[in-house]
Design a protein around this ligand. Structure first.
Ligand SMILES: NC(=O)c1ccc[n+]([C@@H]2O[C@H](COP(=O)([O-])OP(=O)(O)OC[C@H]3O[C@@H](n4cnc5c(N)ncnc54)[C@H](OP(=O)(O)O)[C@@H]3O)[C@@H](O)[C@H]2O)c1
Length: 339
C-alpha cells in the first residue's frame, strides 16, 4: 500500500505530515491490553505504509517510550537516515502549579529522553484551569526552550478561541491547536476555524470517528449500554452523542453516511474523516490506533481516494440540522475539560 501525494500537507514549512495521524492514546491501557512487541511491529508497518505522523502525550502510558523503541528499531534495520521520516507530536499536560523554568525544562527533557529524540518536533500544551494564569509562565518558558533548540514548534491542545487569542496577542507563536472535531462535535466551526485561518494556525482534529461509533460497526445496532463501551474513547464519545441528539438521531446520521459511502465505494469512517479533513484550517485528523490489537490502515487509506460534493452535504444537512448545538451545551473547544 502506498498513500497518494494528497495524503501529505505542510503543518509548518519544515513539518510535512501525513493528514491521517496515528493516535497513541489507545496504548495507554484505557483501551485494552497492548503487547509492546506487537505494537512496535505495527508502528513499523504504519511507517512503511506512509502513516508517518504520530500523536501522543506524556501521560499516554508507554507511548513516549514506544516512540523511542520504534526509532531505535527503525534505525538499526534501515539506517539513521530513515528517522527523518518519523514525526512524533507529544503533549505536556501538567497539573496547575508554579510553572518554573526548572519544572518546564525537566518535563521537556524527560520527553526527549523517553522518545530518544534530539528535539521535540511539536510540543502540544494543555491547561486545566483558566482561573490560574500560570499557563502563561509555562508558555514563556516553552518558547525559550524552542528558541534554544529543544522544541521545533510550540502548539496547544484543547484551548478555546478566547485563550488562544490571548496567547497569540501576547506574542507567543503557536502553530496548531488539537481539538475534538467531528460530524457530531462541530464546535470549532463557531469561532475557532475563523481565528485559526486569520492567524495561520492549523487544527489537528481528534474524535473524528467517535472512538469507532461513527463507523459501520454501529449501523443498525441497538444503543450500547455502559458495559459494551469497552474503551475510554467509546465511553467519551457516547456521552457526546447523547448530548448531540441521542442514539435514534445518530442512527439516522449513520444511515445517510452509509448511502454516501456506498455511492463512493468507501466506508462510513472514510466519509466521517473526509468531512473533517475538508474543513478550513484542518491540517489532519488523528485516528486512534490500538497498535498490534486492531488494524485499519488499508481502510483508512481510502479517505484519500474520493471527494465530498454539494449533493453529499445536502444529504447530511437535514440530519445535522436536527441535532443540539454542542457549543451551546458545552461551550467552545476543550471546555469539557474545565467544568
Ligand atoms: N488532546 C486530547 O485531549 C485528545 C483527546 C482524545 C484523543 N486524542 C488523540 O486522538 C487520538 C484518537 O483517539 P480518539 O479517542 O479520538 O479515537 P478515534 O480516533 O475517534 O477512534 C479510534 C478507534 O476507531 C476505530 N476505527 C478507526 N478507524 C476505523 C475504521 N476505518 N473502521 C472502523 N473502525 C475504525 C478503532 O477501533 P478498534 O480498535 O476497536 O477497531 C480505533 O481504535 C488519540 O489516540 C489521541 O492521540 C487527543
Amino acid at each position: 500500500m502506498t498513500l497518494p501525494a494528497e495524503s501529505r500537507t505542510q503543518l509548518t514549512p519544515d513539518l510535512n505530515i501525513c493528514r491521517v495521524l496515528n493516535g497513541m492514546w489507545q496504548v495507554s491501557g484505557a483501551h485494552g491490553a497492548i503487547d509492546p512487541s506487537a505494537a512496535i511491529a505495527s508502528m513499523l508497518d504504519h511507517q512503511r505504509a506512509g502513516f508517518t505522523t504520530w500523536d501522543l502525550a506524556d501521560h499516554y502510558g508507554p507511548a513516549e517510550d514506544f516512540i523511542g523503541r520504534f526509532r531505535r528499531e527503525l534505525s538499526s534495520t534501515q539506517g539513521s537516515e530513515s528517522l527523518a521520516s518519523i514525526l512524533a507530536f507529544t503533549k505536556w499536560v501538567p497539573r496547575p502549579s508554579p510553572m518554573t523554568r526548572q519544572l518546564v525544562e525537566q518535563n521537556v527533557d524527560l520527553s526527549l529522553r523517553r522518545m530518544d529524540v534530539p528535539i521535540l518536533d511539536l510540543l502540544q500544551f494543555h491547561w486545566w484551569d483558566y482561573g490560574d494564569d500560570r499557563y502563561l509562565d509555562a508558555l514563556e518558558h516553552l518558547s525559550e526552550l524552542r528558541d534554544q533548540g529543544k522544541i521545533r514548534h510550540l502548539a496547544l491542545t484543547n484551548f478555546d478561541t478566547e485563550h488562544l487569542k490571548l496567547i497569540v496577542e501576547g506574542g507567543i507563536k503557536i502553530v496548531s491547536n488539537q481539538v475534538q472535531f467531528s460530524l457530531i462535535d462541530r464546535r470549532p466551526e463557531v469561532k475557532m476555524l475563523q481565528f485559526c485561518r486569520e492567524h495561520d494556525i492549523q487544527l489537528l482534529a481528534y474524535g473524528t470517528v467517535c472512538g469507532g461509533l461513527l463507523t459501520s460497526r454501529y449501523l443498525g445496532r441497538p444503543e450500547p449500554g455502559r458495559r459494551e463501551l469497552t474503551t475510554a474513547s467509546l465511553g467519551k464519545y457516547k456521552q457526546m452523542i447523547d448530548a448531540w441528539g441521542g442514539w435514534a438521531l445518530f442512527q439516522k446520521l449513520l444511515a445517510v453516511l452509509q448511502d454516501i459511502a456506498t455511492a463512493k465505494q468507501v466506508s462510513i469512517a472514510n466519509v466521517a474523516v473526509r468531512y473533517v479533513l475538508d474543513r478550513p484550517a484542518v491540517a489532519g485528523a488523528i485516528l486512534g490506533v490500538r497498535l498490534g490489537a486492531s488494524d485499519h490502515m488499508a481502510g483508512n487509506a481510502r479517505v484519500f481516494d474520493f471527494t465530498l460534493d454539494a449533493a453529499d452535504y445536502d444529504l447530511l444537512e437535514p440530519v445535522l440540522g436536527q441535532s443540539t448545538d454542542l457549543y451551546q451545551v458545552i461551550g467552545d473547544c476543550g471546555d469539557e475539560y474545565r467544568r
